[in-house]
Write a protein that binds this ligand. Structure first.
Ligand SMILES: Cc1cc2nc3c(=O)[nH]c(=O)nc-3n(C[C@H](O)[C@H](O)[C@H](O)COP(=O)(O)O)c2cc1C
Length: 339
């Protein structure tokens, strides 16, 4: 199957949930949470896409960059490019049973690793699903990162230990899920974390810890102090709070404060290799992709995910030549054009 066929398949399976729009920008699905959209008016999701759209790339071809290096090392693994799969769980609740949680998790973890990338898995009320996800990562040589909800401390530490035993290369906490209704509705407490609580979590493990959901320079600074290895500049795909800025809008301010102190990842509205390059030029070390990989998994399983990433690789490769960017680790902000 090619990407067009994969997207057609996904559209059939996701009827009523996602229109598989030509540009996945949060307009048609505004308010669809659960589902694929952004919460409330959908403005946070839309802002992610709009923020990236505001930048163009300066075309430069008088240079010697013909074989750019896209490789990027993270958590002891050598990635083919600075792109990872974001956690996009909830087969039943978000995708109207278009895919089982197990099949979604396998497609993400295996599809990402086929493409030389690392996938992440979300978690919800069921510990069985979490365990199943860890087994998939374990069977994939540890190429995978579970993202744990900001539960009570002992519940997080229990899951971090399980991730260690499964051989995961890192572990994450989506601290921006502190207000999630579905967890509370299931009688499972999630909470905003103090710096001291974050320190307790990073000290509880030898695994690199990712803090997902940082949107301001002061919280990025706190994350760096907490002992975390990486942050994700993220508004959870616009699903946890209406009216936030787009992630690419806040990225430069955050990078200005913590670049070099902590690994800066970003997600939200990144759809192409061009978007990846824009994020690197704005100060990210690497990027993450959410919804496009869900569509790949639902429309084409493991192959759908790897093909989606392969397309992004091809776009990034060409964009690097066309902007004179030799390496993904040193991207010149001057490649960006904006009014
Ligand atoms: C359907 C869906 C489910 C998601 N589930 C999770 C999750 O379980 N844990 C998590 O940390 N983030 C979750 N996210 C947020 C993504 O990890 C990511 O931050 C976001 O989707 C990135 O934006 P993009 O989809 O526009 O690329 C989910 C997003 C979607 C769309």
């Amino acid at each position: 199957m090619n990407l067009t066929e994969i997207r057609s398949q996904a559209k059939v399976k996701l009827a009523g949930v996602c229109q598989v729009c030509r540009i996945c920008d949060g307009k048609a699905c505004a308010g669809k949470v659960p589902g694929m959209g952004g919460i409330g008016t959908g403005s946070s999701f839309k802002h992610n896409v709009e923020a990236l759209d505001r930048y163009s790339l300066n075309l430069r071809v008088i240079h010697k960059v013909n074989e750019p290096c896209l490789e990027y090392s993270l958590f002891g693994k050598k990635l083919k490019m600075p792109v990872m799969g974001a956690a996009i769980g909830g087969g039943t609740i978000n995708y109207n049973d278009a895919i089982t949680e197990h099949d979604l998790n396998s497609a993400i973890i295996e599809g990402c690793s086929v493409a030389g990338s690392i996938g992440q898995l979300g978690e919800g009320p069921s510990l069985d699903y979490f365990r199943d996800g860890l087994e998939i990562i374990s069977g994939n040589n540890g190429w995978g990162v579970p993202i744990i909800k900001p539960r009570e401390q002992e519940e997080i530490i229990k899951r971090i230990k399980m991730a260690e035993e499964a051989g995961c290369c890192a572990v994450g906490i989506d601290i921006d899920a502190a207000g999630l209704i579905n967890m509370r509705a299931n009688g499972q407490r999630v909470e905003a974390k103090s710096l001291q609580q974050l320190e307790e979590l990073t000290k509880s493990t030898s695994l690199p810890v990712i803090l997902k959901g940082i949107m301001t320079p002061d919280e990025a600074e706190k994350a760096a102090v907490s002992g975390a290895k990486a942050i994700v500049v993220s508004n959870h795909g616009g699903r946890v709070l209406d009216c936030t800025p787009g992630t690419a809008e806040v990225l430069p301010g955050i990078a200005n404060g913590v670049k070099g102190k902590i690994t800066i990842l970003i997600d939200g509205g990144i759809r192409t290799g061009y978007d990846v390059l824009k994020c690197l030029a704005l100060g990210a070390d690497a990027t993450m992709i959410g919804r496009p990989l869900a569509l790949g998994a639902i429309g084409g399983g493991t192959g759908g995910v790897s093909l989606t990433l392969e397309q992004i690789y091809q776009e990034l490769f060409v964009a690097m030549i066309m902007t004179g960017t030799a390496e993904v680790t040193t991207v010149d902000p001057a490649i960006l054009f904006y009014d």
